[in-house]
Design a binder for this molecule. Sequence first.
Ligand code: GCB
Length: 607
Amino acid sequence: MRLIRTLFFAVTGMLTPAMATAETLPVIQNVNAYECLSLNGEWNYIVDVQEEGYYDYRMKPTPWGFFRNAKPQKPEDLIEYDFDKSPTMQIPSDWNTKDERLFFYEGTVWFKKSFQAVPMQDYRTLLYFGAVNYDCRVWVNGQEAGHHVGGFTPFNFDVSDLLKEGENTVIVKVDNKRHAEDVPTQIFDWWNYGGITRDVKLVKVTPVYLEDYSLQLEKVKGGKGGKMREISFSARLNKAEAGHEVTIFIPELKIDKTFTTDAEGKIQSSILNVQSKKLTLWSPENPKLYQVQIILDNMTIADEIGFRTIETRDKQILLNGQPIFLKGISIHDEKANGGGRANSTEDAHQLLSWAKELGCNFVRLAHYPHNEYMVREAERMGILVWSEIPVYWTIAWTNPATYQNAQQQLTDMISRDHNRANVIIWSIANETPHSTERDNFLGRLAQYARSLDSTRLISMAMEVTGASNYLNRLNDNMNQYVDVVSFNQYIGWYRDVNDAPKMTWEIPYNKPVIISEFGGGARYGYHGDKNQRWTEEFQENLYRENCAMLDKIEGLSGTTPWILKDFRSPRRVLPGVQDYYNRKGLFSDKGEKKKAFYVLKQWYETK
Ligand code: GCB
């Protein structure tokens, strides 16, 4: 094996200018299994309203940008910035809640972090970001490491050749300005939190490492009662090299099997046999996870993996072959108390505990991939997950770059979470306006999602388009691409305020139905008549009438009402009521329960 010199963690040394550039690579599977140096913590930051640090006065990228982290060498030198004298911000975070001046800010902020590295033989170093919102450029020691677009998915660059012994500096330019051709587009109903919003780390990998692996329980073929179950295992190295040994070791199931990579550096889907009675399936009642080790050459990757099947039969969703009603709630990736982006097991646990208290076995993580702690914690707590990409409202359907962007976000969402037993639905869009262009875009995206992962269900939040004489009809060409027909409806709030009891539904597809949103706003502590908008009583009544109405839908397989908790949104400006919060939460932004919480809880007790 070729010896590659790279650097790792702590100590000092001489600086040598690196000339190489880094490489953007597919996201590494299960990053936390590797030895990492966390770059979380205090970073210096500079707010750069006119992108002075990137463009010259003719709007051309300047070689003298802030990424050089320059310092005056002589008394007469003119350098009009200084990271080390600039304020610091705790990373990961969003600048909107960390710096009062930046509450509404959408633009560019530069971040800088220094750390020590030491040379090591035989390893490479990836610089990994859990997520940065939205457009981000990264430099290591003044050399460009890479560029990434999209605010909610992980990415990594190989920075081995940019590092040097001693002090190293990472500089990140983050720009969260909205644009019509982006994903999401220019308008969306949540706060456009900017910054390095998830963990940053240096990851130590061998030159040949396991870029991806997958373990998936196969559905029972030919009826029940089989003595054996099959788990399919596949893996991919970062290099197309044949002859590497990959061992899969699951002690509790007595699985210990070694495979050899093919010329593409892959283990093509291979079957591991397990006795049915020895296998405990993952379920909300018993979220069993197995300790798994995957050993490539001498490197061991540890994971915890659950085994379950998910499929549909006519209008039913089957988990482990049994029909299940998905008692869900929609959630934004925002901290439980006070807002700001969530990014810890504690944040996740708080939100998911509220969902549990409500009686949920399912959450819709809207409208973009949430942080990984959320998915992992939900898995431990026995909560099923709908995971979504931010193809929301008015996407630029005919722009090829927009499609590529959406596809990349979908790829990275699936890459990160495809070994999580609790994730059962990939959602490709929310409330998109019907057109041929949209159908082409979303049809392609749905097929692509299926090509990446054929073991989960595909869905999207549609809208009801036809209603007359109290009959609501779902009619969306996308029905042919999805496994589960889901739609949002706001009877009692945006429409038909007093008519929910009279409403009937027609969903003309032989597929399970999820109501992916319903609800209405209430300000916690505001009481009055059930017809008085914004009161808890109005929301309580709306939930009562909606639940009764939904009970009449044939094939209803689940609901994820909108939403667990009040969340920040720049579109919600009504003083004294909204104050920049969408008030449709069953909990207030401070975690107080509104009356409607109990209505939904009671309804779920009947399911
Ligand atoms: C919707 C959207 C969601 C909004 C919600 C609302 O249909 O999907 O993002 O926040 O309505 O409150 O209007």
